[in-house]
Each structure stands twice: as C-alpha cells, then as structure tokens.
Design a protein around this ligand. Structure first.
Ligand code: AMP
Length: 176
C-alpha cells in the first residue's frame, strides 16, 4: 500500500458545522484515526524530519493531541509527555493561562516532565488561534526544553496562529 498524501488525509477529515457552538466549523479527525493507512501516514508526515532516537520526548496537548503525540513518540523511540487541562495531573505542576475569546484557559505540566536541554517535539491535532500551543510552549521553555519542531495535523491558516509561535519551526499537514 502506498503512503497516503496530505490531500487524501484532508479528504478524510470531516467538517462538522456549528459544533460545539454556532459558527464553529469543527474538524473531526476520527475518520483519519479509524483508517490504519491514513493514521500511520499522518504520523509519518508529522515525524518526517526526525529519525528514531533523535528526539527525547514528544509532548501532546489534551486531549486529541495525545493520540498523535503518543503514536509519534513510539515511532521516534521517544518518551511521551502530556500537557493537560489544569487540575488533572496528580503531582507537582507548572501552569500557564492564556486568553480565549471569552475568558481564559489554563494548561499544566508535571514539574519533572522534561529535563533541561532535552530535545522535544510538540504535537497537537489542530492549530486555530495558536493560544493553546503557545501556552504549552511557554511551559516547555520554563522546564528548559529544546523545542525542535511544533507539528499539527491541521492548521486553520486564516486565524494566523503562527504569529503566537515566533522563532520555532512549525509543520502542519493539512491547511485550511
Ligand atoms: P487554539 O488555541 O485556538 O489554537 O485552539 C486549538 C485547540 O482547540 C486544539 O487543541 C484543537 O483541538 C481545538 N480546536 C480549535 N478549533 C477547532 C476546530 N475548528 N475543530 C476542531 N478542533 C478545534
């Protein structure tokens, strides 16, 4: 079986209008996950700049980011580190808040999740405004991570999330 192209992956992503609220075009990635060829192809594309052993950890963002980051970590023979919504991690954490359209959100990481100088990737399913990824990056940088790349299966380019992630290489597989 040939590896899927980004266009094939794009065609499998389901657009769900007005979920979870009116006006949002929700990008449903579950059809990509359900197809083993597309799922594996998405992980291959997300990790294509890196050889197994060249990365210490892949950081994933709660919750869909975990799926892609954990698979990427196994492929790269790296560890997996979760960035979670506040209040979910059991041990000592560092936290970072960021602004939403209405209100704020807070994400957290375990204090010992990354050692200073470790080579890490950040992976999430989708970049919209970039606020979530920027908060995760702030936490990773506080712990001294050497961030090699930030990867998304989907980028909503019209929201210009890249402006919130200056100075880091960003890879996105499907761009709307
Ligand atoms: P943001 O912080 O604005 O970049 O939002 C990114 C986070 O929100 C990601 O973790 C996504 O899972 C989720 N998200 C935002 N917009 C969408 C969308 N249109 N479809 C699916 N997920 C979304």
């Amino acid at each position: 079986m040939p590896a899927p192209t980004a266009l094939e992956i794009e065609h499998a992503i389901r657009n769900v209008p007005d979920f979870p609220k009116p006006g949002i075009q929700f990008k449903d990635i579950t059809p990509v996950l359900a197809d083993p060829r597309l799922f594996a192809g998405a992980i291959d594309l997300l990790t294509q700049n890196f050889a197994p052993g060249s990365v210490d950890a892949v950081v994933g963002i709660d919750a869909r980011g975990f799926i892609f980051a954990a698979a990427a970590a196994l492929k790269l023979k790296a560890g997996f580190v979760p960035v979670r919504k506040v209040g979910k991690l059991p041990w000592q954490t560092i936290e970072q808040s960021y602004d939403l359209e209405y209100g704020t959100n807070t994400v957290a990481m375990h204090l010992d999740a990354i050692k200073p100088g470790q080579r890490v990737l950040l992976v999430d399913d989708l970049m919209a405004t970039g606020g979530t990824a920027a908060a995760a990056i702030a936490l990773m940088q506080k712990l001294g991570a050497q961030i090699l790349e930030v990867g998304f299966l989907i980028e909503l380019k019209f929201l210009d999330g890249r402006a919130k992630i200056p100075g880091l290489p960003i890879r996105s597989i499907v761009v709307y």
